[in-house]
Design a protein around this ligand. Structure first.
Ligand code: GRF
Length: 208
């Protein structure tokens, strides 16, 4: 049984997709051990509570320094004994102490087809604004392992969606979430939970 800890910052629709996947049986061999947010007001915490999942807020505002926050975040995650940490819209930089402790055991969902529109400054709606500004015809989402870079770890799954004439950033964001993010994040967790993902030379091998 894969013990999963989900880190969130906002509305939690990706968390909800994972919860629904586990509860429906689509995501097998997996237990959501807890949800942690840096934002006390994150609706994602309410989603966890509604499903009886342990939840906690660990915010940088609670500590005198970023170093102390990093330590407390790592401690809070460790207390939930994760086999896998899932960043589902988590907007805080993961400290090196965590990426070192959980090498290839932290995954992130990014709302573009990496390496497009990723890296520093590309998050949330900004990703879709940049895609529309460039005039791309295909957008999508990526699940990848987290390393010390920003959106640079080994890619696990990707899913493309069409950009439609007249798309606003909000419309494109919604389509990428509905048609890509909410499908590939649960799927990636199920693959990992069943030992079907390995990493060699910075690239994944998926045994579907
Ligand atoms: C999603 O668009 C995700 O791709 C990005 O942050 C957003 C989180 O949304 N990382 P939610 O909190 O899962 O609804």
């Amino acid at each position: 049984m894969l013990n999963v800890v989900v880190l969130v910052s906002g509305g939690g629709t990706n968390l909800q997709a994972v919860i629904d996947g586990v509860e429906s049986g689509a995501v097998t061999n997996t237990r959501i051990a807890g949800v942690i947010s840096n934002n006390a007001g994150a609706y994602a915490l309410e989603r966890a509570r509604k499903h009886g999942i342990a939840s906690k807020c660990v915010s940088p505002k609670m500590f005198a320094s970023r170093e102390e926050f990093n330590e407390k975040l790592t401690e809070a995650v460790g207390e939930m004994e994760p086999d896998l940490i899932v960043l589902a819209g988590f907007l805080v930089v993961i400290p090196p102490i965590m990426t070192a402790k959980y090498q290839n055991r932290i995954i992130n969902i990014h709302p573009s087809l990496i390496p497009a529109f990723c890296g520093k400054g590309y998050y949330g709606l900004k990703v879709h604004e940049a895609a529309l500004s460039r005039g791309v015809k295909v957008a999508g989402a990526t699940v990848h392992f987290v390393d010390d870079g920003t959106d640079t770890g080994p890619i696990i799954l990707q899913k493309a969606v069409d950009v439609e004439d007249g798309d606003t950033p909000e419309a494109l964001q919604r389509r990428v979430m509905e048609q890509a993010e909410w499908k590939i994040l649960p799927r990636a967790i199920d693959l990992i939970a069943n030992g079907k993902v390995s990493v060699t030379d910075g690239r994944t091998e998926i045994r579907k």
